[in-house]
Design a protein around this ligand. Structure first.
Ligand SMILES: [Zn+2]
Length: 317
């Protein structure tokens, strides 16, 4: 029996459209997805000699240096993590070819892709020009492969006119994600945008009619059509449109390149440019676009790097 027919909520979106494609709205593979926890932190003292001291996760950093002189990053992160670190205020921070924006307190953030491999290197140049490097290991996760048969062939290999429309729409979404705003809303503890069963996990690999697709770009939460969707953290609306593939689509920018996307919406209550607070209703759950049943697809990005919303939720708990 096909996976799609078996599910009450899920979408049959296909894998050929980048970024927003709800490519694997899988029934939850309960127990099969391993999500390693962050297990420690790098603490680099200002003199650089005590690099990579690992402290207990829940414990305070074991250093006598002034708090704002420390460089603190996790010692290891799982694939799909959103990493928040701390550097001395005024430092220049380079990661993966980018200079990271930092808050007045020295908070920086970046995303780790589903297929990223460690170690990740973060270069920090303090205001006094001394330099250090934080080294972060990446813990691999299991990405269950799900075979989905019986998908309409045109959704796996769309006709040229539709493919062109999808490309055009994806370009608009990608453009919205290049924004690098100085609001630090991403540092809030995120809340669930709707309550419900996880019906599809981030990253699970899908094979449609025998044709491999990319990993699921977000997390699906089963909920009845019309359920209010609440902003999981404050942000600014950067996109609000009905798209061919993803239906009612809203992007919320949380600052520093971190954004959320909400797909298949039946109703959109916000407009581009709106500033929303955490918990504010922004839309309603639906099954628009290529969805087989009502659910919320919630994706998160750091610029064009997809990260796992579930890890972001767990960070705040
Ligand atoms: Zn999805």
């Amino acid at each position: 029996m096909s996976l799609l027919r078996r599910r009450s909520a899920g979408c049959s979106l296909v894998a050929w459209a980048a970024l927003l494609v709800c490519a694997a709205c899988a029934a939850s593979t309960t127990g099969a997805t391993r999500i390693p926890a962050t297990d420690g932190r790098n603490v680099v003292a200002p003199n650089g000699k005590q690099a990579a001291a690992v402290v207990a996760r829940a414990g305070a950093a074991r250093t006598v240096e002034p708090a704002d002189a420390r460089i603190v990053f996790p010692a290891s992160v799982p694939q799909g993590a959103l990493v928040i670190g701390k550097v001395p205020p005024g430092s220049t921070v380079r990661y993966d070819g980018k200079t990271l924006r930092s808050t007045g307190y020295g908070t920086v953030v970046f995303g780790v892709g589903r297929d990223a491999r460690g170690p990740l290197l973060v270069e920090v140049t303090r205001p006094d020009a001394t330099r250090d490097q934080a080294r972060i290991e990446v813990t691999p996760r299991d990405w269950p492969v799900e075979h989905v048969s019986g998908v309409p062939p045109q959704t796996v290999n769309p006709p040229p006119a539709i493919a062109e429309r999808i490309r055009r729409e994806q370009a608009l979404v990608s453009a919205a994600r290049t924004r690098d705003d100085d609001r630090a809303d991403f540092a809030q503890s995120f809340i669930w945008p709707v309550q419900g069963r996880i019906s599809g996990r981030f990253g699970n690999a899908r094979v449609y009619n025998g044709q491999p697709g990319s990993g699921h770009s977000g997390m699906d939460i089963a909920a009845p059509a019309g359920t209010p969707v609440k902003a999981p953290a404050a942000g600014v609306v950067t996109f609000a449109q009905d798209l061919y593939l993803t239906g009612g689509t809203v992007l919320l920018d949380h600052g520093f390149g971190v954004s959320s996307n909400f797909l298949h919406l039946s109703r959109i209550d916000v407009r581009v440019g709106d500033r929303v607070e955490q918990g504010q209703t922004i839309a309603a759950v639906g099954a628009t676009g290529r969805a087989t049943g009502p659910h919320l697809h919630w994706g998160m990005n750091w610029f064009d790097v997809r990260v796992d919303p579930l890890l972001v939720l767990e960070r705040g708990q």
